[in-house]
Design a protein around this ligand. Structure first.
Ligand code: VAL
Length: 452
């Protein structure tokens, strides 16, 4: 096995908060603010939201802990961590497939994530110029259509976003991440609260939005909705992509993994729920449909910004912050492949970042084009964007998650788990039961129910 062992203090994050911030920074992103409201809207609200929360608790938290344990116990990139664990145990290297799968998934996710993050930057810029002032929701809607129809504008912003991601990542974990995250995350949270205040007091439709999100209607609970809720739970917590496994390698030994996992899952879910409570009242107030799809956040919020006084400035700040939340997630999506390439080819971090980031950028162009020039190109009945999004949500993430759970629960040495998790034995056994049985069986059942 090649590679240096980054256990030196230089390569572990120095404060207890940094790991929580970095993990929360990875988890909280477009998945909460853009994706959660739009899929909750497409699957009819309440029942979907409940299933999603159930999956966060039963699958998300235990898996978050498992991925972090693997990363921290080996203190290597996901692939080399898996190689170390499998060779220590003397078992088949086929298990290393978990890391290959995670690297593939994080790569694929980033190719479309960057395009959507580009939309947020484009919106921030347009709001700043006062472009949307006084526009009706229908006009705001056709502006959105104009953006997705334009390959050049999307390519421009996708390039800007990947450029920033590469720049920040190449500067390394200390300089690149630590400082920024301490300011970004709290500011984003505050602005979301302010926006929720707007939805609550200025739209007159807060309760309707609230009921849409929380009224449990059993008839909405189709196999597909349950599947989507599970995929979203993985996506939003950055699970099944080895991102947190990669971050775990830098986590100080005295950080509590269970406590961190609970904090991150709580903050992440809170952000998603708040985003829903912002978006749906605005959707109703402007006569839109919750099921409008990927444009939901952009059209609904921008319509609100267009009609409120000072909306251009608030909107600008909002989309910049969403872009920054996306940035801290994107950085974590680069990390699994990046850490491996630096270890494997003894390449500098900067060179590896440019190489992988460049490849992501290139493949990302297929996503850009799938909305316009290539809209007729279909694979398995889907354009590239839908293909990548569905392949990750419906197959790669659950598969990666289930395999990680089986590996951590059934294959890893108990002593490593006990040492890393430092829980009392009752809690440990609950965790073990979730990771051994509940996670794999739920993934299997959901896959079967969605396919039949
Ligand atoms: N978890 C993040 C998000 O929800 C990314 C890494 C997918 O946006």
């Amino acid at each position: 096995m090649s590679g240096k062992n980054p256990t030196t203090s230089k390569n572990t994050w120095n404060s207890r908060w940094t790991f929580i911030l970095a993990a929360a920074g990875s988890a909280i992103g477009l998945g909460n603010i853009w994706k959660f409201p739009y899929i909750a809207g497409q699957y009819g609200g309440g029942a979907f939201v409940l299933m999603y929360m159930l999956f966060i608790v039963l699958i998300g938290v235990p898996l978050l802990m498992a991925e972090t344990v693997i990363g921290r116990s080996a203190r290597l990139s996901p692939l080399n961590a898996m190689r170390k664990l499998t060779s220590d145990l003397g078992i088949s290297p086929a298990w290393n497939g978990i890391a290959w799968l995670g690297m593939l998934t994080s790569f694929v996710v980033l190719t479309f994530y960057s395009v959507i993050a580009g939309w947020t930057l484009s919106y921030a810029f347009e709001l700043l110029t006062g472009h949307f002032v006084g526009m009706s929701p229908a006009e705001v809607g056709s502006e959105f259509d104009g953006l997705v129809m334009s390959a050049s504008r999307q390519t421009f912003w996708h390039t800007v976003f990947m450029g920033i991601t590469i720049f920040v990542t190449a500067r390394g974990i200390h300089k690149g991440l630590e400082k920024g995250l301490q300011v970004m995350m709290p500011t984003l949270f505050l602005l979301l609260i302010v926006m929720m205040g707007y939805s609550m007091f200025a739209t007159g439709e807060f309760m309707r939005g609230f009921h849409f999100m929380f009224d449990f209607n059993l008839s909405n609970l189709t196999g597909k909705a349950v599947m989507a809720a599970m995929g979203q739970a993985f996506f939003t917590l950055s699970l099944g992509m080895c991102a947190l496994m990669a971050y775990g390698a830098y986590m100080p030994a005295n950080n509590s993994i269970p406590r961190t996992a609970l904090n991150v899952a709580f903050l992440d879910t809170l952000m998603a729920i708040i985003s829903g409570l912002i978006v749906f009242p605005i959707v109703y107030a402007h006569g839109m449909e919750p099921s409008a799809g990927p444009g939901l956040l952009f059209v609904s919020l921008t319509s609100a910004f267009a009609s409120m006084s000072g909306g251009s400035v608030v909107g600008f700040i909002f989309f910049v912050l969403v872009g920054i939340a996306a940035l801290s997630s994107a950085i974590s999506l680069l990390e699994p492949s990046l850490a491996w390439v630096t270890e494997r080819f003894s390449m500098s971090r900067a060179a590896a970042t440019v190489l992988i980031g460049g490849l992501v950028w290139f493949v990302g162009l297929a996503n850009v084009l799938s909305f316009n020039h290539w809209s007729e190109v279909k694979i398995l009945g889907r354009g590239f964007f839908d293909l990548f999004a569905d392949a990750t949500d419906l197959i790669l993430l659950p598969l990666g998650g289930a395999l990680t759970a089986i590996f951590a629960g059934w294959v890893m040495k108990r002593s490593i788990l006990v040492n890393e998790l430092t829980m009392d034995s009752g809690m440990f056994n609950i965790w073990l039961a979730l990771i051994r049985i509940v996670v794999p069986v739920s993934v299997l059942l959901v896959l079967i129910s969605a396919l039949t």
